[in-house]
Each structure stands twice: as structure tokens, then as C-alpha cells.
Design a protein around this ligand. Structure first.
Ligand SMILES: [Zn+2]
Length: 411
């Protein structure tokens, strides 16, 4: 199959780098008309086109990066439903599911997720993997085999999502050592109520020191809650300050800080940026799961305040989180499903740089990918081509897309 070709397309202006911008036409929705050519899977030419008479009918996106998923539990909603749709019930059903979990079941769910993700246009995925005592011991070896199997098409990163206490055990240390050979990530949950703050800070110190020892990153579920706004991130910042070590940290969720006063959010954001802590906003699960009330509808949902955090220079990504499991019953590993819900939900303008940056560029930085996600000469021809001429076409139900991986059409 050919891995060379060329096309006239529209590309969001902030997602492409063009050497000569003379005569570049950019429409009111910030879509630039360009000619793109690729040879042997690499972009060889990117230049403005004359659109006096015609405008391209294809919009090109770089392939997407998913910063936060849980494919070890994806598609379990049928067998382990959560009809109350709240956090407590999700957790209790999740723990029930663990009892029947085997390495093979996880691999089946993972492969189903990965095949959908590839077809829908992802090039990299970070997935958390529930990590607990009495777990099927083959699981990590099997997951690393899976990582290798898909490596030519998709980059996979794993976070071992364990209770913080786990990282204070010999078993935790052993897993950290294992993960260090494969660039795995240490994960945990830092969510209120915090009854014993001294203990929490001690456990946070443990995981940070362990990450430092084995040169690992940390990705924590922080403040996915409606109570004690920002209590988790404050404990983390205090601990990082005290230890004075440099461990790459990602905070996933950071939902409840939305409930703080705007000035407090900005100040907290400055501290988060100073420590180079990255944030992932996860609006879909937050909107579905948090602040549920039986007898009334509230539109008040805590979700990471993206705009305030960006204003404080925090690198914020938007991720999907759960897919068809007790935490969130919908979704399909489709970046356009995420965009078409998250963009109106969070009042983000798709024609603005910071919006697209949080969906395409920040995620590439977060996963430390070789390609930053900007379409330019010399980048891989890793594209999604949409039959579309405007943003309204993208957020419709009948999206027609082609996915190109290293210049080749992927079916
Ligand atoms: Zn999660």
C-alpha cells in the first residue's frame, strides 16, 4: 500500500507550522487552506493554496493523544452496571469486578479499546491499570507484551493505579522496580475525606521518594470530589515543597478546586505551574458522576477550571477517562465524541489556540512523545481526514473520517 500522497485540506491554524505564510488563507473559524504532500510516511511539503475559486472539503487533524483512560475496566458496564450513577456505587461495583478479574479479561478489554482507538484516530494512550493485592501476577508481563505488539501504530503508557498504602509495601517497591525498566508510571488516589492528614502526607512522601529512586513519573487521581475543595492538591504541594525533589507529576481530575474562589484558583494554579505539575481535566466522568442528587437536577459540577489554570500557565490536557464501565456508561475511544461533548460543556471555543492545545498539543507533551503534534514538514503523516468544511460539520453525527498512519490508510 502506498505511503505517499498529497491533498488540499483545511487545518486548524494553530495545529500547523508553515514556512512561507505569504498568501495563506485562514477563514473566520481559523481553518487554514493548505496543500500537504507526504512521501514514505513523512510530510514533505506544506504550503498555502490559492482558494479564489474553491475551498478544500476536507479538514485534517493530527492523530490524537489520550491522556487518561482505564482500559482494564472498559466495556464492563453490562456485567457490572452502576444504575445509581454515583461515585460511591461506582467504587463498590469496581471492587466487585476485581474479584473476577483475570489477566486474560483485562487483555480482551484492552485490545477492544486499542482497536477502537486506532480506528477512531488515536496515536498514543495512557491507561491506568487497577493495582491491588491478590492480583493476577501475570498482568504486567502481559501488558508489556501488548505494548510491544501495538508499538508500530500506537504508543501505550501504563499507570499502576494503587491505593497510596500499596507503595509503602515491599510488593509496591518490587512493582516500582519492574515499572522502571518499561517507563511505567506510579498512580494513586488522593481524594477526600482526609481524616488523618499526617498519614496522607507520609504516604505521599513515600510514593514521591519511590518515584525519585526509580526515576519514575507519578499520575494521581486528585480531588475528584465535591467536598473539601482543593484539599488533596494542597497536601501534595506541601509534600513536594518539603521533600524538595524533582519528580514529574500529573494531577488527573483536580475537579473540586472549581469550588474555590477565583483568586484562590489562580494562586493555586501559580503554585502548580511553579512545580511543573501537569493537569488533566476529565469533564465527562465528572459531569456524569459528581454532585448527583436523587430529587433534583443541578448543573453545578466540579471539573478542573481549565481557563483559570491556563491563565496561571499550567499545562492542562483534556482526557476522556472511563468508557462503558461503572464510572461512566458511554463513550467509544473516539476523540470527536470527547470534543463534541467537552467543548460546549466547558464553553471552550474550538477556533482558539488554547482549546486545541489542551486537546492535541498538551497531551503530546504530557506523554513525552517524539512528535509535538504540530503538522509541519518532516512530521509523520499521521492524520485524520474528515469530510468537513467547518466546525459544525465536525460536531455532527455523521462524521466521515479516514485515518492515515505513517502515510498509509488504516482500516
Ligand atoms: Zn481515571
Amino acid at each position: 500500500m502506498s505511503n505517499s500522497g498529497n491533498l488540499e485540506v483545511l487545518i486548524p491554524r494553530c495545529l500547523c507550522e508553515i514556512e512561507n505564510t505569504d498568501n495563506l488563507k485562514v477563514d473566520d473559524e481559523n481553518l487554514a487552506s493548505v496543500f500537504v504532500a507526504w512521501e514514505k510516511g513523512i510530510v514533505s511539503e506544506l504550503k498555502p493554496i490559492d482558494i479564489e475559486n474553491k475551498k478544500p472539503k476536507t479538514i485534517l487533524f493530527p492523530r490524537f493523544v489520550e491522556t487518561h483512560s482505564h482500559f482494564d475496566k472498559s466495556f464492563t458496564f453490562g456485567e457490572y452496571p452502576n444504575f445509581k450513577s454515583n461515585y460511591q456505587e461506582a467504587l463498590s461495583v469496581n471492587l466487585e469486578e476485581h474479584k473476577t478479574r483475570t489477566s486474560n479479561k483485562v487483555l480482551d478489554r484492552a485490545e477492544k479499546s486499542l482497536n477502537l482507538a486506532l480506528k477512531n484516530g488515536y496515536r498514543a494512550i495512557r491507561s491506568h491499570i487497577d493495582t491491588f493485592e491478590n492480583q493476577d501476577s501475570c498482568i504486567w508481563d502481559d501488558l508489556f507484551k501488548l505494548q510491544k505488539k501495538y508499538s508500530s501504530k500506537l504508543k501505550l503508557q501504563f499507570v499502576a493505579l494503587a491505593p497510596l498504602e500499596f507503595w509503602d509495601t515491599p510488593q509496591g517497591e518490587e512493582l516500582a522496580k519492574k515499572l522502571s525498566n518499561k517507563k511505567g508510571i506510579l498512580g494513586g488516589v488522593l481524594t477526600p475525606p482526609f481524616i488523618n492528614k499526617i498519614k496522607v502526607k507520609r504516604l505521599l512522601s513515600k510514593i514521591l521518594l519511590l518515584a525519585d529512586k526509580y526515576k519514575l513519573e507519578i499520575d494521581l487521581h486528585v480531588d475528584e470530589s465535591t467536598i473539601e475543595p482543593g484539599a488533596g492538591i494542597k497536601l501534595l504541594l506541601e509534600t513536594v515543597d518539603r521533600l524538595n525533589i524533582k519528580v514529574p507529576i500529573t494531577c488527573s481530575h483536580l475537579s473540586s478546586i472549581l469550588l474555590l474562589k477565583n483568586e484562590e484558583i489562580i494562586n493555586l494554579g501559580i503554585k502548580i505551574a511553579e512545580k511543573d505539575i501537569k493537569v488533566i481535566a476529565l469533564p465527562l466522568t465528572n459531569f456524569w458522576l459528581l454532585n448527583r442528587k436523587d430529587q433534583s437536577t443541578s448543573l453545578y459540577r466540579p471539573v478542573a477550571p481549565i481557563k483559570q489554570l491556563q491563565k496561571s500557565l499550567v499545562d492542562v490536557s483534556i482526557g476522556s477517562d472511563n468508557v462503558q464501565d461503572p464510572w461512566y456508561p458511554f463513550g467509544n475511544y473516539d476523540p470527536f465524541y470527547l470534543m463534541s461533548l467537552a467543548i460546549p460543556m466547558l464553553q471552550l471555543n474550538p477556533w482558539e489556540r488554547l482549546t486545541l492545545s489542551s486537546i492535541l498539543l498538551s497531551p503530546s507533551r504530557l506523554l513525552n512523545l517524539n512528535w509535538d503534534g504540530l503538522v509541519k514538514k518532516g512530521c509523520p503523516a499521521d492524520f485524520i481526514l474528515l469530510s468537513a468544511e467547518k466546525w459544525a460539520d465536525i460536531f455532527s453525527n455523521n462524521l466521515k473520517r479516514k485515518v492515515l498512519i505513517k502515510g498509509e490508510l488504516y482500516n
